[in-house]
Design a protein around this ligand. Structure first.
Ligand SMILES: *Cc1c(COP(=O)(O)O)cnc(C)c1O
Length: 395
């Protein structure tokens, strides 16, 4: 079938909850994707950072195929021989004592929220039904009813109420606002170290450090959503590491599978994740052997191919280059590592379409920001070519 026919089927039979660029991808490798007509494109979105390891990474592919031949799902009613090794490797890599595996990022965030409330009830002794969780405006943590209930984005909420109670929203990047919002019933503060969907918003230097101190002083769990910022994207394994803090809870997903399969997890200390008793929480697919084998291989690629270091180096180069660009259209260029937002005075969509014409894929966020987040395995040469296209279109 040709592209037009495939697009027609999708429009006719699929719910219209996305507005994709009309490029119909058939295969991909590394930083490149190929459409059904054989045209190739440089991928500067990388599956919203699920593809830090690049498309179809051979080592992850091999792990997935080998595991798929053996056993794919046991359910947590039984044990399997992959999950314990994933736990151990996550521990060795991150220092966190325990993990709780789920599938999508949204589910991991929900799990973190449940963890915080359970901890509030069992450890902090917050009266039943009174626990409060503080979040930031312009957050993006997923799409469940609880999560969109505390979003400040009207479209994410509109028509989906009623919502869950117990959430309080404060401005992002404002530590004083956190200090003022905390009450004796606050169990957690949930924050993205850098707000991706909001347009790669980088908070002031020292913000996370200050927030960590405030949380500690008030016996409030600091929970960082590293689903998009983590696993190398910002030039460190996790974005919180730029400020030398140790959050109580770290939420990961996306690149945890290198784009092969939905795998997510919540990382925390024994004192926090230890609140769960058998039957309190679960998932049929969470921690399955296929997911665990894929995640183990995906993590190994992050370390062995030094993806954090690559991101730091290539990102600093790209940021400086784009900051030097003279264009009437640009308001600001910002970011960390290979995660760059170009905020425009004009709508970003037509520019993304112009880039598509030139063989570069990226996607606007919040209508006036172009997000540049290539796979971290991208070569210097390909990055240079991609940046040239972006620069030409912006001029
Ligand atoms: C993508 C994302 C999520 C949701 O992950 P899904 O896998 O789409 O459910 C949550 N938080 C952040 C910061 C994200 O970027």
């Amino acid at each position: 079938m040709n592209a037009q026919e495939l697009i027609g089927l999708e429009e006719r039979y699929g719910a219209h909850n996305y507005h994709p660029l009309d490029v119909v991808i058939e295969r991909a490798e590394g930083a490149w994707v190929y459409d059904v007509e054989g045209k190739r494109y440089l991928d500067l979105l990388a599956g919203y950072s699920a593809l830090n390891q690049g498309h179809c990474h051979p080592a992850i592919y091999k792990a997935m195929c080998e595991q798929a031949k053996k056993v794919t799902l046991t359910s947590r009613a039984f044990r399997n021989d992959q999950l314990p090794l994933l736990y151990q490797e996550l521990h060795e890599m991150t220092g966190y004592e325990m993990a709780l595996p789920m599938n999508s990022g949204t589910e991991a965030v929900e799990t973190a929220l449940k963890t915080a409330r359970k901890w509030g009830a069992c450890v902090k002794k917050i009266p039943a039904g009174q626990a409060e969780i503080i979040v930031c405006s312009n957050n993006f943590h997923g799409r469940t009813i609880s999560i969109v209930g505390f979003s400040s984005e009207e479209q994410y909420r509109s028509g989906f109420g009623p919502f869950s109670e117990g959430f309080k929203r404060i401005p992002f990047g404002d530590a004083q606002a956190l200090r003022e919002a905390i009450t004796p019933n606050t169990c957690a503060f949930l924050v993205e170290p850098i707000q991706g969907e909001a347009g790669i918003l980088v908070p002031p230097d020292g913000y996370l450090r200050e927030v960590a101190e405030i949380c500690k002083a008030n016996d409030v769990l600091l929970m960082v959503d590293e689903i998009q910022s983590g696993l190398g994207r910002t030039g460190k394994l996790f974005a919180y590491m730029h400020e030398g803090i140790s959050p109580d809870v770290v939420i990961i997903g996306k690149a945890l599978s290198g784009g092969f399969y939905p795998v997510s997890a919540v990382l925390a200390s024994r004192a926090v994740l230890g609140v769960f008793q058998p039957g309190d929480h679960g998932s049929t697919f969470g921690g399955n052997p296929l997911a665990s084998a894929v995640a183990r291989a995906a993590l190994k690629v992050v370390v062995e191919e030094k993806l954090s270091e690559r991101s730091a180096e290539l990102g600093a180069y790209a940021l400086e280059r784009l900051k030097g660009l003279k264009s009437e259209k640009i308001v600001e260029v910002r970011g960390k590592g290979l995660w760059i937002g170009v905020e425009l005075k004009v709508p970003a969509r037509p520019l993304c379409e112009a880039l598509q014409e030139r063989g570069v894929l990226c996607k606007e966020t919040h209508s006036t920001v172009i997000r540049l987040a290539p796979p971290l395995v991208i070569s210097q040469e390909d990055l240079d070519w991609g940046l040239e296209q972006v620069e030409d279109v912006l001029r």
